[in-house]
Design a protein around this ligand. Sequence first.
Ligand code: ADP
Ligand code: MG
Length: 305
Amino acid sequence: MNGRTTAAALHLEGLRKTFRTARGERAAVDGVTATVPAGSFVSVVGPSGCGKSTLLEVVAGLVRPDAGRVLVGDRDVTRRPGACAYMPQEDLLFAWRTVLQNAALGLEVRGVPAREARRRAAELVGPFGLAGFEDARPDELSGGMRQRAALLRTVVQGPGVLLLDEPFGALDALTRLRMQGWLHGMWRQFGWTVLLVTHDVREAVLLSDRVLVLGPRPARVVHDETVDLPHPRDAATRCAALEARLLDRLGGTTGAVPGDTDRAPTTSTRPRRATGPAAAMHRTDRGPRGEDEGRHHGGPEREAT
Ligand SMILES: Nc1ncnc2c1ncn2[C@@H]1O[C@H](COP(=O)(O)OP(=O)(O)O)[C@@H](O)[C@H]1O
Ligand SMILES: [Mg+2]
């Protein structure tokens, strides 16, 4: 892959997933239907524990849904890993492999000879801001570079449909802002179809054509917002009203207290206001702008799910 992809649309049709555990059944995804038009950027926002990662794993073909289908274009790819390029919540770079070896790994797993896989990965090292670090090990990289290496490994595999699970969730606020701008530029350049999962409303507004809001577990779409704002989007001014609206929706649909990710929704009559998890999300996502890349850290805001 060396340039723009011909990205197809992604369709989620009535996806459901319930986990059967020793402690009983746990519904994680409850009837999610959505379309990501070809070449568009759609974000899914929802509180921690609501089922975002499970939804993305189902779309990636890694978790078998109890019901529903996933289509790329008109091709049914339900339970077929590899139809979409998937980047899990943890970057999962192997410490003993260099950047280039890590980047090539996904292709090698698919049967591409190592030499060819590395050649293809090397083509993207420049655009991904990793030139000169081909032979570096992951622990020599900043947090932003690690995420770019993980994303490189994801996109080099070819499918123009990208599934990104909180790709910047473990980064400090400064690095996150830079990476969001970088991802937006790459999306424009490569023409991917992107489904991004995040608990960061600001990230969703900055990057997306559309934002789907999930309620508390089990995940279902409670709101669908088209983001019709020009780029670049200045978060502090232009996006504030839209963020407030999305937070309001989240506040009105979230029945649990912050951090209590496994509680069932308590009431549907809860007043709509920006408190609870929605407000907590909002707070954690504010930070000064800057240019420095912070080191990767697994601080307390990193989700365990
Ligand atoms: N493999 C699994 N077995 C049982 N429960 C699971 C499994 N994976 C996720 N869950 C549960 O499903 C719910 C949703 O988790 P997850 O999709 O990780 O949420 P999110 O990504 O929104 O934080 C949580 O209650 C979690 O404990
Ligand atoms: Mg998650």
